[in-house]
Design a protein around this ligand. Structure first.
Ligand code: IMP
Ligand code: MG
Length: 173
C-alpha cells in the first residue's frame, strides 16, 4: 500500500481550516478554563496546531486510547496514557484525527466524564459519517470525507506517513 501522489486535502487547506476552527473555538470557549486534549498519537499534529492558533488561554494534556478488536469486532478501548492536569470544572476539548466508527471517541468521552469536568467537547479533523457504529456528532469538524482510508497530518498506516503536512488516500500498488 502506498499513498496517493496528489493530496486529498492539501497543507494550505488544512491550515486555513485549522485557523477557522481555532477562531470559532476561541469565541465559543471565551472565559472558560479550557484543556486541549489531543488523542495520541494521531491527534497530536492537529491538536498542537489548533492550540497554537487559539486566542484563549488553554492547558494542554494528552490521552492515549487503543482499541482492541475482539472476535466479533466489538472493539474494546483501553487507556495507556491518561491526563494528569486536573479536569474537574474544566472545559475539555478532545482533539482527534478522525472519527470513523465512533467507538474510540465515545469511550474517551465516558472516561473523561468520570473526572467531573464542566463540559467535554469533541473536535475532529476528519469525519467519516458513513463508518459510524456508535452515534457521535462532534461539535467541531475540519472536513467530512468519504469512507476511504487516509494518511498524513497525524494519520498513519502501520505507523507510517504521520509527519506529512497534507492528507492522502492510500492506494494498492
Ligand atoms: P473509530 O473508533 O472507529 O472512530 O476509529 C478512530 C481511530 O481509527 C482513529 O483515531 C484512527 O487511529 C483510526 N482510523 C480510522 N480511520 C482511519 C483512516 O482512514 N486512516 C488512519 N487511521 C484511521
Ligand atoms: Mg491510529
Amino acid at each position: 500500500m502506498k499513498r496517493s501522489n496528489e493530496p486529498l486535502i492539501d497543507a494550505a487547506a488544512i491550515q486555513q481550516r485549522v485557523a477557522a476552527l481555532a477562531a470559532e473555538i476561541s469565541t465559543d470557549f471565551a472565559g472558560q478554563d479550557v484543556v486541549v486534549l489531543p488523542v495520541l498519537k494521531g491527534g497530536v499534529f492537529f491538536g498542537v496546531d489548533l492550540a497554537r492558533a487559539m486566542t484563549v488561554p488553554v492547558q494542554l494534556d494528552f490521552i492515549r486510547a487503543r482499541s482492541y478488536e475482539g472476535d466479533r469486532s466489538t472493539g474494546r478501548v483501553e487507556f495507556s496514557i491518561e491526563p494528569t492536569v486536573p479536569l474537574r470544572g474544566k472545559t475539555v476539548l478532545i482533539v482527534e484525527d478522525i472519527l470513523d466508527t465512533g467507538r474510540t471517541a465515545s469511550a474517551i468521552v465516558e472516561r473523561l466524564l468520570e473526572s467531573e469536568p464542566e463540559a467535554v467537547e469533541l473536535c475532529v479533523l476528519l469525519d467519516k459519517p458513513a463508518g459510524r457504529v456508535v452515534p457521535m456528532s462532534p461539535r467541531f469538524v475540519g472536513f467530512e470525507i468519504e469512507n476511504n482510508f487516509v494518511v498524513g497530518y497525524g494519520l498513519d498506516y502501520n505507523e507510517q506517513y504521520r509527519q506529512l503536512s497534507a492528507i492522502y488516500t492510500l492506494e494498492e500498488r
